[in-house]
Ligand binder design. Sequence first.
Ligand code: LLP
Length: 438
Amino acid sequence: MHDFYFAGNQLCCEGVALAPLARKFGTPLYVYSQHTLTDHFQKLDRALAPVDHRICYAVKANANLSVLRVLANAGSGFDIVSAGELRRVLAAGGDPQQCVFAGVGKTEKEIEFALRQSVYSFHVESEPELLRINRVAARLKKLAPVAVRVNPNVAAKTHAKITTGTYENKFGIAVEQVAGVYARAAKLKNLRLRGVQMHIGSQITDAAPFALAVQKLLPLVQRLKAMYALEYFSLGGGLGIVYDPMLASGQASWWQTAASKNLMTPASYAARLLPLVQPLGLKILVEPGRFICGNAGALLTRVEFVKRTGKKNFVIVDAAMNDLIRPAFYDAHHEIVPLVKKGGAKLKSDVVGPICESGDYFCKDRPLPKVGAGDCLALLSAGAYGFVMASNYNARPLAAEILVNGRKYAVARTRQPVEEIWAGEQVVAWLKEPCAHS
Ligand code: LLP
């Protein structure tokens, strides 16, 4: 279920109309649906029910403490990639023992912190990292649970910047080398070989590449399980979502849209993969980020000016690439709708931000209802890799975030005060001395 919909001419999130919310809290404003978060978590959870499994939500996709708490309450574990993300999980009331720690460059300090917090497992991406984890664990007199991330060398059929499972990418250890790595790791006294891991990329809307990777790894996983009494096999994240027009096309639900486009759903993902992994008798982990929170968020923005140049109709809004970088960075498509529905003919428009870069746009030449200064728009499906990738470029404060639950809403993060942007900076001492012109 997609919880952003038009009630009459008003765009709503669950039971809350968004135009008044934009007026009350100002724009740019991120709004998240609690129901979509739990609904997507539960849909995947139910699809995986035939096997012993755990969903570890990838914190990097949306790390707001309220979002993390919604998922912790739903029973999710967490996939973290830094000590900072682990601290966020703790601050949100999540359980560190349900966390897996991924990433190619874990520092000694991060490993030590994660070990002290007793994370469930480290997803290890190189032999030097295994040695480092062993060394830190020995110093702390602990046993570090680890799983090696295997690079299966399959193309995920997604955007080049978010493909991770081929030998062109920096991630994981080549499948041919993995048996040797486990054999050497087994000799390291402070490691416990707990599982095997793979992750092939992001925004994958077809189960085939997942199935190909799993099939490629199955004999290896079977062998490793028998030799080292492994406990789990992690299939990674990467489940794609629908970004294409949903509201504009009158399709109310994500599932309807996915089905009509023959895209992967949790059910079809499970139907394809579970028969492959079930015979292993291992616990199955998945680490989705976008699938859980992508459709759960929208970025609200206000039109400042409309400007017609010789060729184009530019809608200049108060959100920018610093708030949502996905269109600039990945040519990503986000559906754009006015908060109050507009009739009349559509006009091909570029929706752009105020930042001094040509890349600062949200869409190009897209037929949109005619809007004017003061109208508000929503960029849909902005719940994943939206706020977390925001920056202070052009000294723009980070947006506020709101969580909606039915007819209730609350601030999940206040708008950043502008002074906070330079709070850690100073004019260094010698620059304050009287100028000695020579
Ligand atoms: N596990 C690992 C090891 C990952 O590297 C990632 C994402 C995930 C899980 C979660 O992937 P998801 O289920 O969200 O696809 N900023 C990009 C996406 C980068 C994904 C990075 N790794 C975007 O906006 O499309």
